[in-house]
Design a protein around this ligand. Structure first.
Ligand code: FES
Length: 221
């Protein structure tokens, strides 16, 4: 989905926006996928009512957008390797652009889902049962996004990896505690302390949802 940006800044790769479809109370967190001039672009997997409503927005329709939010990836790495799984590849096109072209390994559960890799020209693509960790070269500064099981496996293989964790989010700015994860025995809000966490973290998700929202602007689809 490409939106006219209006006065919103694209932010850093790994940051996210809260998108609300017309008539829907609960927004959905979406990593910025690309930042074309004057636009914000998102990769959306329409798997539920909220994401289906966002994906169904018609050209010219307006939706509420809040962001950029959270902490993105550190870009001061010497030998970056971008790794993504499934819809977790969403922030990688913008990240690859900002890093000026880094190697990319992405994994999907089916050939159909793997079509999303067209957003990452030159990426090495694996499909289950092959796992991204089997295709990752060693000795790299890994920046990754994907399901928790994949991130845990990546951290075992590359302990210094920067990992973008996924969590349900209701507000996106620290007010609802809907995105709380347990990190080294402490509960933290992933929306304000993540979603990108560094090697010092040990994250385990435990997140009930609450409804809250404070839209910052409207963008045209
Ligand atoms: Fe509301 Fe994080 S999403 S506190």
């Amino acid at each position: 989905m490409r939106l006219e940006r209006g006065g919103l800044e694209p932010g850093s790769p790994g940051q996210f926006f809260m998108l609300s479809a017309p008539g829907r109370l609960l927004p959905r967190p979406m990593s910025l996928c690309l930042a074309p001039p004057g636009e914000l672009a998102f990769l959306i997997d329409p798997i539920g009512p909220g994401t289906r409503a966002i994906a169904a927005a018609a050209p010219g329709e307006s939706i509420d957008v809040l962001g950029p939010l959270g902490n993105g990836f550190r870009l001061d790495v010497e030998r970056p390797l971008l790794v993504g799984g499934g819809i977790g590849i969403a922030p990688l096109p913008y990240l690859a652009e900002r890093l000026g072209g880094a190697p990319v390994v992405v994994g999907f559960r089916s050939e159909w889902h793997a079509e999303a890799a067209s957003l990452l020209p030159g990426a090495e693509v694996v499909v289950e049962p092959t796992l991204v960790t089997e295709a990752m070269p060693s000795g790299r500064d890994v920046l990754a996004c994907g399901p928790a099981s994949m991130l845990a496996a990546i951290r075992s293989a590359a302990p210094s990896a920067q990992l973008a964790w996924e969590a349900p989010m209701a507000c996106g700015y620290g007010a609802c505690y809907g995105c709380v994860v347990e990190i080294d025995g402490r509960l933290r809000r992933l929306c304000v302390e993540g979603p990108v966490l560094g090697p010092e973290t040990r994250a385990r998700q435990a997140s009930p949802l609450h409804e809250d929202q404070a839209p910052a602007g409207r963008a045209g689809a």
